[in-house]
Ligand binder design. Sequence first.
Ligand code: NDP
Length: 283
Amino acid sequence: MTDRYAVFGNPIGHSKSPRIHALFAAQTGQDISYQAILAERDGFAAAVNAFIDAGEGLARGANVTVPFKEEAFRLATRRTARAEAAGAVNTLSFEAGAIVGDNTDGAGLVRDLKNNLGCDPAGRRILLLGAGGAARGVILPLLLEGPTELVIANRTEETAARLALEFANSFARLPGCAVGVKPDGMGFQGLAGRQFDLVINATSAGLSGDTLSLPACVFGPRCVAYEMVYGRETAFMAQAREARARVADGLGMLVEQAAEAFFIWRGVRPHTAPVLAALAKVS
Ligand code: NDP
């Protein structure tokens, strides 16, 4: 019997996840089905339970995207440390009597940086822009890589300060999460005169076409500028190019977080390069 998987979101029509997982399954010879499911905004848990109960073959897991990652966190009966740190779940595994929640976004970002872009966060001064769900999900995985500095800067300064404090005080004490650097939180104006080796845009400004009020100095020499949004040239990417940074978009993160989920579910790690190449051709 074919094992069943799905991605839940609203909207979900443009999700690339079914294509990515179909390519992973073909490459690794895994017998799975993977569908995109549009859940009503107030019907996420019901949609997941209906998926578990329905159809031929066992429902083994699901991905979760906007706006349900926090609800998936609450739905999980058990959560990994990185899901706890993220406060959000993007990967569910259905086990006997349990729903295990994980978050693979941070691991996806780190793998894209290290394996696809040759940009190891270790020893780098990192600037993380944004303090929403995406930023929160990548803080611990980035800290675990051993940067020399991690600054979180956000339009709303208090949110960045609160997030930095939360990680400094609490999550750094999770088992296995010994980190050497305490994150610092500030507004964009606090970045004047500061320089970084890796600047990650985890704001959604790129979706609305807005420009971030960043001083050009943040893009230090040989800086890598990473835009989590993919499939379009954003104002942040243009700002970074202007400052001679090397620019990447978030397509690699998307594919790598999916590969991490596939590994959790199937115990086999797919090669991401051919999948990334196939997607880049059409995006
Ligand atoms: P949230 O809504 O949780 O957070 C949005 C963040 O962006 C906040 O920090 C907000 O600041 C900031 N922001 C929004 N508009 C502006 C603006 N005009 N100027 C400055 N700051 C702004 O979103 P998420 O964290 O969930 O997602 C952020 C982005 O990351 C999205 O674009 C999403 O597509 C992308 N993403 C990509 C992934 C991938 O695999 N490539 C995975 C996950 C997310 P404030 O607090 O001041 O409101």
